[in-house]
Write a protein that binds this ligand. Sequence first.
Ligand SMILES: C[S@@+](CC[C@H](N)C(=O)[O-])C[C@H]1O[C@@H](n2cnc3c(N)ncnc32)[C@H](O)[C@@H]1O
Length: 222
Amino acid sequence: MPDEYAAFAPFYDLLSAEHPVYRAGRRAGAAALAPRPGDQVLDVGCGTGLNFALLQEAVGSTGTIVGIDRSPRMLDRARRRARRRVRRRGWRNVILLEADATTLSAEGIGARIASAGGRERSDAALATYALSLMPDWEGAWQRMLALCAPAASLAVVDLQEPTGAFSVLRPLARLSCRLGGSDVHAHPWHALERDCTDVVATSARGGHLQIRAGRRRPEPPA
Ligand SMILES: C[S@@+](CC[C@H](N)C(=O)[O-])C[C@H]1O[C@@H](n2cnc3c(N)ncnc32)[C@H](O)[C@@H]1O
């Protein structure tokens, strides 16, 4: 599949309406995920790494962030962000891997994480504004689960059309989703509701941002 973010990567942070709109969902998602100090957190479709500072605050210097994205250009921006943080704040714990989240082999990626100094399975995982871009988001969700430890904490932050009084903003929301390549009707958080326990549901920006977090349901005994 073509990397539709290749040309957009240098401008993503500037043009993605981060501060007026999308940061609210990111913050709520990271807060609901609530990773603990020392945890390893997987960020699926990590893009330029806009979640990293929030995650780093929670996991601290003993934790690890693993970012997976299929776009080399977006990962390049994420790498630069991590390097800047290394210089300013001494971050050493970001592992970035280029892979397609819908087709990756969990064993193969687990082994790559381990060979980069992390653990094969993560304690927490999130996907912000990423699953609704993937036609096979269910496949990506299953792989995300497979890369997590039993009882890991998971969060999905994604988009839908605004509701109620905010419905007047639907054309704007549709345009923003079309430009970003996401399917506003995908609603991938339903998979988290199905496969997790202790689900917390919130929304922001007139329902446009949907946030779900929960704990991975234990696997039934074989
Ligand atoms: C809208 S950006 C969101 C980036 C980041 N999660 C954020 O919150 O800013 C979507 C990202 O998903 C990535 N992506 C799309 N399809 C993917 C796939 N099949 N596997 C891995 N990454 C994918 C894109 O390359 C892009 O970086």
